[in-house]
Write a protein that binds this ligand. Structure first.
Ligand code: NIG
Ligand code: FE
Length: 407
């Protein structure tokens, strides 16, 4: 075999998750009995499996295992200190998430703990949480700030997020979520806090290159649509992508507003009305579903899955890993929840953590196993790709590559 590839994985079944015409009607974009060539961190080409006699030292015999794209957790808040188990106790005694927030708990309590935590402590905590995701095959994690709210702590959180990338050899997409909660010091003047976010913090984050996107929490216990719009305008002016937590607890028409600013994604959306869905199509916005928050808050209003599906809106799913609404560090459990709680198919769940999750982060070269894409790939000893969504704590990857390097 004369080939310039760095290595080749032979005798492998591939769930390419490709959107290309070749795979248009092939579930999971499956190509069985294949070989894949990796060169300079990228997928060079996919071919039929080769005869065993042609195998050399740079050929891995996958023995019929399944190769899937590295999983992408496109919505997490995994940098924080403290925990909110006492609020779990309160919720189980009958208090709601919103009531706890209004009484100064919720996000505010994690802000107090995070402000007090050192860079080293935050990094240590975040590494442990990220490790849980990585052991399940996650190779890209979006990480939001939003538990500092003051300049110093937001920068510290984003620096921790950035440094996770090198220390764990994975991809991190950092998002500035200043408009997560109005901090104590601005309690009497939320608009002044929004000005602080737009005029003081955002420019500094851009200057230091610490975030690629800006997020907001558009909600009665978060920020009004007008305040969110102010943040979107400032973010766009500075060349950042926008995304938004919308319609989680009520319908403020946040998704429509986000679509107006070409948001990469609108996240949660249990209270999204079907008539607001067409707006998402024209703006190419991904619907990010967060079944972990739905489950943990014992929400009963389901996101409008059937309408999203009917309109061909790409659906992603993510852990929303955070200490309040979704203390769940397991993308595979979330995939199962997407199926069992939201009625997604296992194929939709896998698309939701690969191709569609990549789109939710604006990553054009991840989430599919096709030539030219980053060689973020996970090998699984399973009989079919639907198995990764099928159970809880049943499967683990056998090998993981990030940009062609084995972890
Ligand atoms: O995605 N909704 C706002 N933000 C997070 C929760 C944050 C928290 O409760 O600490 C979410 O659910
Ligand atoms: Fe969130």
């Amino acid at each position: 075999m004369r080939h310039t590839a760095d290595f080749c994985i032979n005798n492998v079944n591939i769930a390419t998750m490709s959107a290309s015409p070749t795979f248009a009607n092939v579930p999971y974009g499956i190509k069985e009995n294949a070989s894949v060539y990796i060169s300079a961190g990228r997928i060079e080409k996919i071919d039929d499996a080769k005869d065993v006699s042609s195998q050399g030292s740079n050929v891995i015999d996958a023995q019929g295992q399944w190769l899937l794209p590295g999983l992408i957790d496109c919505h997490t808040h995994l940098v924080y200190a403290g925990n909110r188990s006492s609020e779990f106790e309160m919720r189980q005694q009958g208090k709601s998430y919103a009531e706890i927030a209004k009484q100064g708990g919720g996000i505010q309590s994690t802000v107090s703990a995070t402000r007090k935590a050192s860079y080293e402590h935050l990094l240590h905590l975040a590494k442990d949480r990220a490790a849980r995701l990585i052991e399940e095959g996650v190779t890209t994690i979006e990480v939001k700030s939003g538990y500092g709210l003051d300049l110093e702590t937001e920068l510290r959180m984003l620096q921790v997020a950035k440094d996770l990338e090198a220390s764990l050899s994975i991809n991190i997409e950092p998002t500035y979520l200043g408009a997560h909660c109005v901090p104590k010091e601005f309690r009497e003047s939320p608009d002044a806090y929004v000005r602080f976010v737009c005029e003081q913090v955002l420019p500094e984050i851009v200057k230091q290159g610490l975030a690629t996107s800006v997020d907001v929490f558009c909600e009665t216990i978060g920020f009004t649509p007008a305040q969110c719009e102010t943040v979107f305008i400032a973010a766009k002016r500075l060349g950042l992508n926008v995304k938004a937590h919308v319609e989680q607890l009520s319908d403020l028409k946040g998704a429509k507003l986000a679509a107006k600013y070409h948001a990469l994604s609108v996240d949660h959306i249990e209270y999204l009305q079907p008539e607001d869905i067409p707006a998402l199509i024209s703006s190419n916005t991904v619907a990010v579903l967060l079944p972990g928050a739905f489950y943990s808050l014992r929400e009963t209003k389901l996101p409008p899955i059937a309408a999203l599906r009917a309109h061909n809106v790409p659906m992603a799913i993510a852990t929303d890993l955070n200490p309040g609404s979704s203390p769940i560090a397991s993308i595979l459990t979330i995939m199962n929840m997407g199926c069992v709680l939201f009625g997604m198919t296992p194929e939709e769940a896998l698309l939701g953590v690969t191709r569609h999750a990549a789109q939710a982060l604006g990553l054009n070269n991840k989430g599919q196993i096709v030539s030219g894409f980053d060689a973020d790939m996970v090998l699984w000893d399973i009989e079919h790709p639907c198995e990764v969504s099928y159970g809880i704590n049943q499967v683990r990857p056998s090998r993981i590559w990030v940009s062609g390097k084995e972890r």
